[in-house]
Design a protein around this ligand. Structure first.
Ligand code: ADP
Ligand code: MG
Length: 679
């Protein structure tokens, strides 16, 4: 026993007293103390003076220096909030929510009152709101209702270095606005030092630099490439936990929810097996769709005798700062969309990160003391295989959505839009073609009435088209439910490993009667609604209550929008699944595939080999449908179609005669497709 365990009564008494005096410093006062310790604090007045003198300012500071949480408050404290709202954009929903919660706490108000956030399908603001965090996509949508953003006095475009598609488009729009709104203050905030480019773009705007404090971070590489980086990350966490001093938490970068859940599961099992031989390890996942109550867990202070391990996507790269991290484990991957404009194929792929991103990740280990970063790839790979910088999203994504939005804002000449980095011409042309095929643009590239209605929905143009087409097929109710279920973004069906068979049976009950994943989702929603939105029903059917509630929220919002564009939401044909599938096809005729002789699917137009995702109800069918439509492509081990539904080839001629000709579907019409058996 050490001395400490033999405390005298006197020392205990004095400790109790200490607790009492600490309590008199309220939690809120402590927070205020903390604010003063952030690296931006000493620069507060200088920064505010710079804002006064310059309409546009580029702000640069290390992650964790207080840009996101402090700058909007400083602007408020000096009175800008009396002139209008202070808006701050974030590329990620989780960051917008979490930061709003933090700032509300710092200001001692409720989230949604003076400090709020707005993300797609979730508006947590009120008339009182003076500081509003939001995703970059939401601010973009605000241009549709308020083209001069008159209700804002200051805008902070945060995490500019991330160069998301929406942020890039915002750059062009806000640059234009500041020209005629002299009273609007614009701050472009970035965590990386390459601010020159931003400055140059914004007509040589001044750069305000907040020096960070960074401790050295030792970097370790693996000798050989890792075959299974999830497992390797788990092993590394345990090695750190066992061999390194307890006062230092671990941050692991993985690519998505599934991987994070797998890693959490293996870690739980292995630490349980080790039992009391090792100190407690607190496992905290963080990813886009994590319920907000659980998001808060990553910020809780780690108890003395335990260690925290945060399993994160690249959300923790620069968007969120977690105090106390000393060890970073970098798998070297993230999920990125990629787009081949020529073929029109887009997919989400697990991709190696750039050197810049890997360095950002490593930096997270050295915020409060010297740290260590374990890269689960080789030094050779870092130096010779990784790209120096991440390609801006605008270079590698489908721009259909954004082009429709810009057209609705009256920006017709996209070729001369002031892009910071010009997207490939192919991408723009393809977006115009796609919108023309959907009927949103006419042959002169002008917005049609249909296009205007489509733009009202905060959905991908293909989904909005399906919603609008549902009127024609008299199945608005069904399509609204289906589209809402497709838009949740997280999984609907709950499948615990120990009850996998029961869960699969429950899911297949919804699939019975055909119609693939879309109609499975529809049946699931309808039955839940019929159960009076019962929680018990969800438990019994292995359905995630939270996802269902989200679908219901989304559905309610879509109903409201239907009213606005005068679509009769009561149109319904519950008995006829074909009408729903036709309305879906009216939006998704681009995404079609047919079964080849080999038993593989090929996309109809581009002839690319694709596969039904194992999570699809159709992957379990004995007989595969000859033709199908898919919601999205995701490339993991293979090119997978996610959410698929059977269609009839003749529908394509009926629904999209401008896109499909007889010969595209001829084989199918002449002789009935032989029903191939599943291999
Ligand atoms: P930056 O935007 O410059 O990266 P932030 O303003 O996000 O910095 O973070 C400043 C500090 O605020 C962080 O070091 C962290 O301690 C604290 N912080 C931010 N968000 C939270 C939160 N949700 N809970 C607790 N602390 C937080
Ligand atoms: Mg930030």
């Amino acid at each position: 026993r050490d001395e400490d365990s033999f405390k005298s009564d006197a020392s205990i008494a004095s400790e109790e007293k200490k607790v009492v005096t600490e309590k008199t410093l309220t939690k809120h006062e402590k927070i205020l103390e903390g604010r003063k310790k952030l690296p931006v604090y000493p620069y507060r007045d200088e920064f505010l003076a710079a804002v006064k003198d310059h309409q546009v300012l580029i702000l640069v500071g290390e992650t964790g220096s207080g840009k996101t949480t402090q700058i909007p408050q400083y602007l408020h404290e000096i009175g800008y909030s009396e002139l209008g709202k202070i808006g701050c954009t974030q590329p990620r929903r989780v960051a917008a929510m979490s930061v709003a919660a933090r700032v509300a706490e710092e200001m001692n108000v409720k989230v949604g009152h003076e400090v709020g956030y707005s993300i797609r399908f979730e508006n947590c603001t009120s008339r009182k709101t003076i500081i509003q965090y939001m995703t970059d996509g939401m601010l973009l949508r605000e241009f549709l209702t308020e083209p001069d953003l008159a209700s804002y006095s200051c805008l902070v475009i945060d995490e500019a270095h991330e160069r998301t598609l929406h942020t890039d488009i915002l750059f062009g729009l806000v640059k234009d606005i500041v020209r005629f709104r002299n009273d609007l203050k614009l701050i472009i905030s970035s965590a990386t030092l390459d601010a020159e480019k931003f400055s140059k773009y914004f007509d040589d705007a001044s750069i305000f630099l907040v020096p960070g404090r960074m401790f050295p971070v030792d970097i370790y590489y693996t000798k050989n490439p890792e075959a299974d980086y999830v497992d390797a990350s788990v092993v590394t966490v345990l090695q750190i936990h066992i061999s390194q001093p307890l006062d230092g938490d671990v941050l692991v970068f993985l690519t998505g929810q599934e991987e994070i859940e797998t890693a959490a599961e293996i870690l739980t099992k292995r630490t349980q097996a080790l039992g009391s031989r090792i100190p407690e390890l607190i496992i905290c996942p963080i990813y886009a769709n994590l319920p907000s109550e659980q998001q808060a867990k990553i910020f809780q202070k780690t108890p003395k005798q335990a260690r925290k391990v945060v399993l994160a996507t690249n959300i923790a790269e620069t968007s969120l700062t977690i105090d106390g991290i000393c060890y970073v484990i970098d798998t070297g991957f993230n999920k990125q969309n990629s787009y081949d404009a020529r073929s029109g194929m887009e997919s989400l792929m697990v991709t190696p990160v750039s050197q810049a991103a890997a360095n950002q990740r490593a930096g997270r280990a050295g915020r409060t003391q010297p740290g260590k970063c374990f890269r689960l790839f080789t030094s050779y790979s870092f130096h010779h295989e990784l790209d120096p910088n991440t390609t801006p999203e605008i270079m590698r994504t489908n721009m259909c959505n954004v082009v429709l939005m810009l057209k609705s804002l009256g920006i017709n000449d996209l070729l001369h839009f002031d892009f910071m980095d010009r997207p490939p011409a192919d991408t723009l042309i393809r977006a115009l073609e796609q919108l023309y095929a959907l009927g949103a643009l006419n042959d002169r590239g002008e917005l049609t009435k249909l296009g205007r209605r489509m733009a009202e929905f905060p959905l991908d143009p293909m989904l909005s088209k399906s919603v609008i087409a549902s009127e024609k097929y008299k199945c608005v109710k069904e399509v609204l439910s289906t589209v809402s279920m497709l838009s949740i973004g997280s999984s609907v069906f709950y499948r615990p490993k120990e009850k996998a068979v029961h869960a699969d049976t429950a899911k297949m009950n919804f699939a019975r009667g055909g119609g693939g994943d879309h109609i499975t989702l529809l049946r699931c929603y309808t039955e839940w609604a019929d159960s009076d939105y019962s929680t018990q029903w969800c438990f019994e059917n292995f359905v995630q209550v939270r996802s269902m509630r989200k679908a219901r929220d989304i559905r309610e919002q879509l109903e409201g929008l239907c009213e606005r564009v005068e679509i009769d939401q009561n149109l319904s044909s519950p008995e006829d699944i074909d009408t729903t599938l036709k309305a879906i096809t009216a939006g998704f005729f681009y995404n079609t595939a047919k079964l080849g002789k080999s038993g593989d699917y090929q996309t109809v137009k581009q002839r690319r080999t694709v596969h039904i995702h194992p999570s699809s109800v159709l992957s379990k069918e004995e007989e595969l449908p000859g033709w199908l439509t898919y919601f999205e492509l995701a490339f993991t081990t293979k090119e997978f179609m996610r959410q698929v539904a059977p269609i009839k080839p003749s529908w394509l001629l009926e629904i999209a005669p401008h896109f499909y000709q007889e010969n595209d579907v001829q084989d199918a019409l002449k002789k009935k497709m032989p029903k191939a058996r599943k291999r």
